[in-house]
Write a protein that binds this ligand. Structure first.
Ligand code: ADP
Length: 397
């Protein structure tokens, strides 16, 4: 069966067509600037086939129409007819406490995505638009929603409750939800297979532009670093991660900014970018540090120290540690970041093999020494494949 994966943003739409017979990506692409002047589709297929189309696309339904046209295009297409698409899997941000696993999309699921718009104000409306656009152009194709928050719903109250008046949880749903759940779940499944036992205590480090860690016991999430929103946790590309909430009030009063403006600053102008005063991209921060830029060196220290603290905290929370897994842009590609995170964790039984670590980039492998009590792995994440597998399981005939 061929499955179409859709990841709809407010003005963008990413897609992949995966042939589940062999789990191969046969085409993928991106529509940018939907509803804005200069709408553009970039479609990739085969080994290195590329087709670009710049035409006005007033909404997601128009964009979906062009995606389906590209997939069936007589030169650049990969299918003869949309009937070949057996099911569609949609990435959805927030399912709150109501959705704990991937699910076939029906009116109830649509209403839950709508209900959680206040907690995912940028993404949930876009995800709904993506689903509606698909329904409009392929009304008889089964659709599955895969939620970023679902994997973390196994967290116990001690991990998800914030120490604020309970009414805010009860009435407004304010609690830790966690994000990147599809990635954490995919990695939890993969590492469980590699360890060869269903019983394990694993810290998953998804370190990219956005970063989050999770503590997984027997493959289930016990805790995770992102919270009500993806702002909490470790230092990220442009996000501050956790800080004293009084900082918001202090800056707001001193600078005459509203709370919304301060939180925007914490989301978009903080993190690596703010401390290095150079870039939100980890590669650039390393270049700066190599050139002797002290701000870049401190930025790298703050970043690695923060990630290390979460690993220690989660080892304590789980009462042990069998494995650490690195994934996402930084985790998969950067041996220096992995080395600095693991440095000093020998007391927990973590012993890296520096050569294996250095040699591994963008591929799977063990980077710990054979006598390391804790196995350290690099496993590339694949959120689209995880969505496709769920879609096949729920909608496959
Ligand atoms: P997103 O959260 O946007 O999906 P990614 O998972 O693609 O982000 O990660 C992007 C981050 O990965 C950037 O900070 C980038 O610098 C970093 N990265 C990618 N390749 C390397 C590399 N070879 N060395 C260091 N950092 C890298």
């Amino acid at each position: 069966m061929k499955i179409l994966i859709i990841n709809a943003g407010s003005s963008s739409l990413k897609y992949q067509l995966i042939d589940m017979n062999g789990e191969k990506v046969i085409a993928k692409g991106l529509v940018e600037r939907i509803g804005i002047e200069g709408s553009k589709l970039t479609h990739r297929y085969g080994q290195d086939g590329k087709y670009e189309l710049t035409v006005p696309m007033k909404d997601h339904t128009a964009a979906m129409g062009h995606v389906l046209d590209a997939l069936q295009h007589k030169e650049h297409g990969v299918i003869q007819s949309i009937d070949e698409i057996g099911a569609v899997g949609h990435r959805v941000l927030h399912g709150g406490e109501k959705i704990t696993q991937s699910t076939l999309i029906d009116d109830y699921v649509m209403s839950v995505i709508e209900e959680y718009i206040p907690l995912g104000p940028l993404h949930n409306p876009a995800n709904l638009m993506g689903i509606r656009a698909c329904k409009a152009v392929m009304p008889n194709t089964p659709m599955v929603a895969v939620f970023d928050t679902a994997f973390h719903q196994t967290m116990p109250p001690k991990a998800y409750l914030y120490g604020i008046p309970l009414k805010y949880y009860q009435e407004l749903g304010i609690r830790r939800y966690g994000f990147h759940g599809t990635s954490h779940r995919y990695i939890a499944g993969e590492i469980t297979k590699r360890l060869g036992t269903p019983h394990s205590k694993v810290v998953i480090c998804h370190l990219g532009n956005g970063s989050s860690l999770s503590a997984c016991v027997d493959g289930k999430c016990q805790d995770t670093s992102m919270g009500l929103t993806p702002l909490e946790g470790v230092l990220m590309g442009t996000r501050s991660g956790s800080l004293d909430p009084a900082v918001v009030q202090f800056i707001s009063e001193r600078e005459g900014m509203t709370a919304t403006q301060v939180v925007n600053m914490l989301n978009k102008q903080s993190g690596l970018l703010a401390l290095s005063q150079r870039s939100s991209d980890m590669r650039d921060v390393y270049v700066g540090a190599e050139e002797g830029d002290e701000k870049c060196k401190v930025t790298l220290d703050v970043w690695a120290y923060g990630v290390k603290k979460y690993i220690g905290a989660y080892a304590a929370a789980m009462g042990g540690l069998d494995a650490i897994v690195f994934t996402a842009g930084i985790g998969e590609n950067d041996y220096r970041s992995r080395a600095s995170v693991c440095e000093g964790l020998e007391f927990l039984g973590v012993k890296l093999d520096p050569d294996k670590n250095k040699a591994l980039r963008g591929a799977e492998g063990v980077i710990s020494a054979p006598d390391s009590k804790v196995q350290v792995w690099v496993i590339p994440t694949n959120e689209e494949l995880a969505i496709a597998r769920d879609t096949l399981a729920l909608a496959g005939k």
